[in-house]
Ligand binder design. Sequence first.
Ligand SMILES: Cc1ncc(COP(=O)(O)O)c(C=O)c1O
Length: 357
Amino acid sequence: MTTGPVKLRPEILALPAYRQGLAAPEGFKLSSNENPFDPLPGVLEAVDAASRRLHRYPDAAAPEITARLAAEWGVEPDEVIVAAGSVALLMQFTLAAAGHGDEVVYSWRSFEVYPWMTVLPGATKVAVPNTADHRHDLDAMAAAVTDRTRLVLVCSPNNPTSTAVTAAEFEGFMAKVPADVLVVLDEAYAEFVTDPAAVNGRTLVGRYPNLVVLRTFSKAYGLAGLRLGYGIGPAEILAAARTTSVPLSLTDHAQMAGLASLDRADELRARVADIAARRDAVYEALLEQGWSSIPRPHGNFVWFPTGERSAEALEIFRRHGIVARAYLPDGIRLTIGEAESVENVLAASDEIARAFG
Ligand SMILES: Cc1ncc(COP(=O)(O)O)c(C=O)c1O
């Protein structure tokens, strides 16, 4: 009998564990791109009603929320996939499309889950550097597609840089990518976009045989704690991604909360408009403080390209009661949160601007 450590996959052991945005025991937690508002009216009641069925498994097919989203998007129910967060869907699409030796192309820096979920099925990461102004380089991404590419991820607005891909850029990109390569447009922050030139998955539905659009209830809808995300795309692609799901991981609570939230479209719009207006005001104030390097934000967060001095900048935010998130050695991402946080944010950013010259 041999002894020794259990044999595990070396590429998995080499992966860093998922790091969550830090909590803020005192002060404002602006480290996880969460929504500062309470759940929309009707959500707590819907969750409470679902709780009475806790001894039962959820309905794995999630028929109600699926039918509702299909109606909202003007597609058939089999062109909608729902899961416990869009991060679960990202994983499912990767597993469905890419295996050992296949390539997954994405922009970098972008959502930190992309490299991680590429490694899990044994696929190869192809990270295409962002442009100098922190945007996706879609020409370079299209050029990075080879006959081994199985998945290309486009994130707009991009987490963490908050830049958006334009509709024209995206269409040009889709024209270059072979139709047998899956493209996932990750629009976790789409609801906060106010720029009419930005890409919007809603206008793309039904136009491409290889495009899936991902959305989530975690950000604008404020249901991060319940886990509900969805994808819209061609039925055959979604069917493959359903096969790679963890069965029964989407709770009835999440489905019911999603339905209740969709009933409150007006309140949702008002909240989103509030955050987008606060974001724009913060950005203008940052420009006045001399932060010309910050890209115009399109999500509910702002990117400070503080580079090697990001740890120092993070500490200055912390001293002002703000917990932001550092992406070393590139910069800091700061969520637009409560109105009351803005004064502290701008005091900290002013101090950083002065200290860094
Ligand atoms: C770009 C992007 N996509 C997807 C997600 C996943 O969101 P969720 O799993 O909460 O739906 C996030 C969350 O931070 C994100 O930033």
